[in-house]
Design a protein around this ligand. Sequence first.
Ligand code: ZN
Length: 147
Amino acid sequence: MRADLYEELILDHYRQPRNRGPLPDANAQAEGYNPLCGDQVRVCVRLRGDVIEQVAFEGQGCAISTASASLMTESVRGKTLADARALCERFHLLLTAGPAAVPLAELGKLAAFASVWRYPARVKCATLAWHALEAALRGTDRTASTP
Ligand code: ZN
């Protein structure tokens, strides 16, 4: 994809976020706040076994943070916890090490964020919803684990 198409995708998800709203039957959730930019997000997940059956987000933020949250919900819905965590890791790697570190084909639409690593101030915007997702999934682990 060309760079301007990436930009189109981000603007599209900013203007019409997918899966934005409450998730009343969520069984895992976490919030994130990025004080550098003012982005706020709450990620709610409904897990069935170890599969993310549904995921939604609420909050206010800049274009990058909102589009990232929207694309995150599309990317991890239907995935197992292990697959979702692996995707989180690849996304973080893309944003910290750049597109040379991750095969973009593995990222699908998330490749739209391939240029964000050049702008360190925006990396926290892009990763905010993903950190919240990871926190929500960790919370589930604690509940589910037996000593
Ligand atoms: Zn932001």
